[in-house]
Write a protein of this length. Structure first.
Length: 134
């Protein structure tokens, strides 16, 4: 007569393989969540910098009697997320009913005032250059 044993439950090897697979899934998920949190923070900083620039343009537009637009803009640096952002200004000529208007183009950069000024002059946004008014 044959005494056959039936397996009841999982072997140690099966449990270890399941643990390894579960660990890989958890590590991958944590990397994805970390990347998403970094991207969300970067978008939030971008929004704050753009809001600061738009508010400064709005302050000049409301006082339209200035002939030199860039001299009327508040170019004081501001801090966002432990980084100091510097402001640069240039102008675009806009024709409305054959009247030329100087419209301000503001740029902000955390790399320095000269970088912000060159971004405003070239009117090209970069990795650390935010532009408003172009």
């Amino acid at each position: 007569m044959c005494e056959c044993y039936r397996q009841q439950g999982f072997s140690l090897l099966e449990v270890l393989v399941a643990l390894i697979l579960f660990s890989i899934i958890i590590i991958g998920s944590s990397k994805v969540i970390g990347h998403m949190m970094y991207a969300q923070k970067d978008m939030h900083v971008h929004g704050i910098v753009i809001d600061q620039l738009q508010a400064r343009i709005q302050g000049v537009v409301s006082t339209a009697n200035n002939t030199d637009v860039c001299s009327a803009i508040n170019k004081e640096p501001f801090d966002v997320d432990n980084a100091e952002y510097f402001i640069g200004c240039s102008t675009n000529k806009i024709l409305i009913d054959e009247h030329a208007i100087d419209w301000p183009v503001l740029a902000a950069s955390s790399k320095g005032k000269s970088t912000a000024e060159s971004c405003a002059a070239t009117k090209q946004a970069g990795s650390d250059c935010y532009i408003v008014g172009n």
